[in-house]
Design a protein around this ligand. Structure first.
Ligand SMILES: [Zn+2]
Length: 355
C-alpha cells in the first residue's frame, strides 16, 4: 500500500455527527457516523467528536503525517476567531469558540468552516465541479446551504459568513425563517419545507393521498412526498414544482450576478431532481437573460453523471446547472481538504501545471 498523508474531516449536522479520515488523494480511509444525539448538547458533542478524532488519528498514523482537522458546522462562523456565531440548527452553540476548544483538547490545528462551504469545496475537489475553477453550490438538506468557490477557493467575504444562499428571498410575504427573515428559499426547497408544504396541503383538504400516507407512515418525510410525486400524485407533484420555482428564482439571480460556468445542487432533497428540475430550469431560462445567452446547446452525461460540455461553437462557454456527485460525503470530504489547503498541499493537476 502506498504511504500517504491524511486529514480528519468532521461534518457536524443538526442531527448527525460524522467524522472521516481522508488521504491527500481524496480517498476516504474510514468514515464514522456516531450515534451522537446532537440535541444532548454542545459539551457532549464536543467530547464524542474529540474521542472519534483521536481514534482515527491513532489508527492511521502509520500511514503518514496527519495534516490537521477540518470541521464543517451549520451556521455563520467568524473565520478569524474560529467562533460559531449563530446556528439555528444548533441551539446552545451561539458564540462558542469551537476552533479554540478543539485545538486545546487535541493539540492539533483545526480549520473551522461553514458546512455548505465545505460541501462546495468537496464537489470542487472530487465531484461535479472538479473541472471548473468557479462554482456555486446549493445544498438542500434540513435547511438550504450555499457555498461560492472562486478561483478554487471558498469565497469568505469579510468575516467568513458569505454564501448564505439558502436565505436569498423568493417571497417577502412568505413563511417565517429561522434567520429572522421571511420567504427565504430555505422555506421552499429544504426537506423541512417539503414536509411543511405537504402538511399544509393536507390541512386544506387538498391532498387525500398525502393524508393517507401521513397516517400510514410513522416517519412521514420529504422522501415520502417525493415517492408520491413519482407515482403521479398531483398535490405531491405541485409541492416539488414549488421547490423548483424557488430554486429557479435563486439560480437565475446567481447566474445574473456571477456568470459562473457551473452551479451544483446537492443535499438529500437533490435526489428528487427529476421532480423539481423541469420547473427549475424553465424559471432559470425565463428569469435570467445571462442564462439564455450562455445556455448549453446540449449537455451530455459522462462517467458517473458528470456533465460534459457539448458546445456548438468553438470557444463558446456555457452555464452548467447540475446535480452534485459526492452525495452526503461532500461536506465530509471538503472538511478534510481544509487543513490540506491550509498546509499548502497541492492537487495533482496543480503540480502538473507547475512542472
Ligand atoms: Zn432565512
Amino acid at each position: 500500500m502506498e504511504m500517504g498523508n491524511f486529514a480528519i474531516g468532521v461534518d457536524l449536522g443538526g442531527t448527525n455527527l460524522r467524522i472521516a479520515a481522508v488521504d491527500t488523494s481524496g480517498k476516504v480511509l474510514e468514515k464514522i457516523t456516531t450515534g451522537t444525539q446532537v440535541n444532548r448538547g454542545r459539551d457532549h458533542v464536543i467530547l464524542e467528536m474529540c474521542s472519534a478524532i483521536r481514534d482515527l488519528t491513532m489508527k492511521f498514523r502509520g500511514l503518514g503525517h496527519m495534516e490537521g482537522i477540518g470541521i464543517g458546522v451549520p451556521g455563520i462562523i467568524e473565520m478569524q476567531t474560529g467562533m460559531l456565531r449563530e446556528s439555528p440548527n444548533l441551539p446552545g452553540w451561539q458564540d462558542y469558540p469551537v476552533r479554540e476548544e478543539i485545538e486545546r483538547r487535541l493539540n492539533t490545528k483545526v480549520v473551522l468552516e461553514n458546512d455548505a462551504n465545505s460541501a462546495a469545496l468537496g464537489e470542487k475537489w472530487l465531484g461535479a465541479a472538479s473541472n471548473v475553477d468557479d462554482v456555486c453550490m446549493i445544498t438542500l438538506g434540513t435547511g438550504v446551504g450555499g457555498g461560492v468557490v472562486l478561483q478554487g477557493k471558498i469565497w469568505h467575504g469579510m468575516t467568513g459568513m458569505a454564501g448564505e444562499l439558502g436565505h436569498i428571498n423568493v417571497d417577502p410575504q412568505g413563511p417565517p425563517c429561522g434567520c429572522g427573515s421571511r420567504g427565504c428559499v430555505e422555506q421552499y426547497a429544504s426537506a423541512t419545507a417539503v414536509k411543511r408544504m405537504a402538511i399544509e396541503a393536507i390541512a386544506m383538504g387538498a391532498a387525500p393521498e398525502l393524508s393517507r400516507a401521513m397516517n400510514e407512515e410513522p416517519e412521514f418525510s420529504s422522501k415520502v412526498v417525493y415517492q408520491m410525486a413519482v407515482q403521479g400524485d398531483q398535490p405531491a407533484r405541485k409541492i416539488f414544482e414549488n421547490v423548483g420555482r424557488a430554486l429557479g428564482c435563486v439560480l437565475a439571480d446567481l447566474v445574473n450576478i456571477f456568470n459562473l460556468p457551473m452551479y451544483v445542487i446537492g443535499g438529500g432533497v437533490s435526489s428528487a431532481w427529476d421532480a423539481f428540475a423541469p420547473t427549475m430550469m424553465e424559471i432559470v431560462r425565463n428569469n435570467s437573460f445571462v442564462y439564455r445567452a450562455t445556455a448549453p446547446s446540449e449537455v451530455v452525461k459522462g462517467v458517473a453523471g458528470a456533465p460534459i460540455h457539448d458546445d456548438a461553437l468553438p470557444g463558446r462557454r456555457s452555464t452548467i446547472i447540475t446535480r452534485a456527485l459526492l452525495g452526503s460525503d461532500a461536506g465530509l470530504i471538503g472538511a478534510a481538504r481544509l487543513p490540506m489547503i491550509a498546509n499548502g498541499v497541492k492537487l495533482p493537476e496543480q503540480e502538473l501545471k507547475r512542472a
